[in-house]
Design a protein around this ligand. Structure first.
Ligand code: ATP
Length: 251
């Protein structure tokens, strides 16, 4: 088991407010880590620290380190554009660009300098196949992505990430805006993708965490209270607060 991302005593302030308290966790390569916890406990904030999305907020101050393959992503020499290519993110609501399916996928490779049509064609097909969307859109590649269903749009957003060959996928409640069938497709996809990628997923859905993840971390008020194999968290949690939360007695 290889550690892909190692987080050491990561603290984050929004202004004077401490939102993450010395979080330490190892994220194992080719696994799915689910992050659970009540609203406002810091899950999304933590997820965004993994590819420095919080840097975009002025008031944010970060302490500690995040090592990607042993290298601190907060080192001043790190190129954040390259970092976000290696660690991509999918959001709660699918956010396709208002352009064709094809151009959505080709966008990232073009930005990174790929201009050859034959290569882009190949990337588009491979990425859409990888996100289990190819069969549904192969005849409408040049139609607007805005015409796809919500579930298809979310898989398009995943394909858009795959097109730039990331290593880690961050997913912030990727199914929260989707119906049960689209949710099932995304869950199947996540299970398939972990063979090639390392995945960190925030979810409010306990069953989803139990179904798709290998490891689970429970957050509460900016603390990572407990982290372990998902089976262990759901059957033998060590901390009473974790048990209360997963059994619905929280609060
Ligand atoms: N840009 C921001 N500026 C100031 N405070 C923020 C900002 N973003 C989040 N916070 C605060 O940080 C804390 C953690 O928020 P965060 O969104 O990470 O929680 P969460 O666990 O992902 O919640 P949810 O499950 O509701 O999405 C909250 O108290 C929130 O109000």
């Amino acid at each position: 088991m290889n550690v892909k991302v190692q987080v050491n005593k990561l603290g984050l302030y929004y202004g004077d407010v401490l939102a993450l308290k010395k979080i330490s966790i190892e994220i194992i390569e080719n696994s799915v880590l689910a992050l659970i916890g009540p609203s406002g406990c810091g899950k999304s904030t933590f997820l965004k620290t993994l590819n420095r999305m919080n840097d975009l907020i002025d008031s944010v101050k970060i302490e500690g380190e995040v090592l990607l393959d042993g290298e601190n992503i907060y080192h001043p020499n790190i190129d954040t554009v390259m970092l976000r290519k290696r660690i991509g993110m999918v959001f709660q609501r699918p956010n396709p660009f208002p352009m064709s399916v094809y151009d959505n996928i080709a966008y990232g490779p073009r930005i990174h300098g790929q201009a050859k049509k034959a290569v882009l064609d190949e990337i588009v097909e491979k990425s859409l196949t990888g996100s289990a969307l190819w069969d549904e859109v192969k005849d409408r590649l040049h139609s607007s992505a805005m015409g796809l269903s919500g579930g298809q749009q979310q898989r398009l957003c995943i394909a858009r990430l795959l097109a730039v060959e990331p290593e880690v996928l961050l997913m912030d409640e990727p199914c929260s805006a989707l119906d049960p069938i689209s949710t099932m497709k995304i869950e199947e996809l996540v299970t398939k993708l972990k063979a090639s990628y390392t995945i960190v997923m925030v979810t409010h859905n306990m069953q989803q965490a139990a179904r798709v993840s290998d490891y689970t971390g429970f957050f509460l008020s900016g603390d990572l209270v407990e982290q372990d194999k998902t089976d262990t968290i759901f059957t033998r949690p060590q901390d009473k607060r974790t048990e209360d939360y997963i059994t619905g007695r929280f609060g």
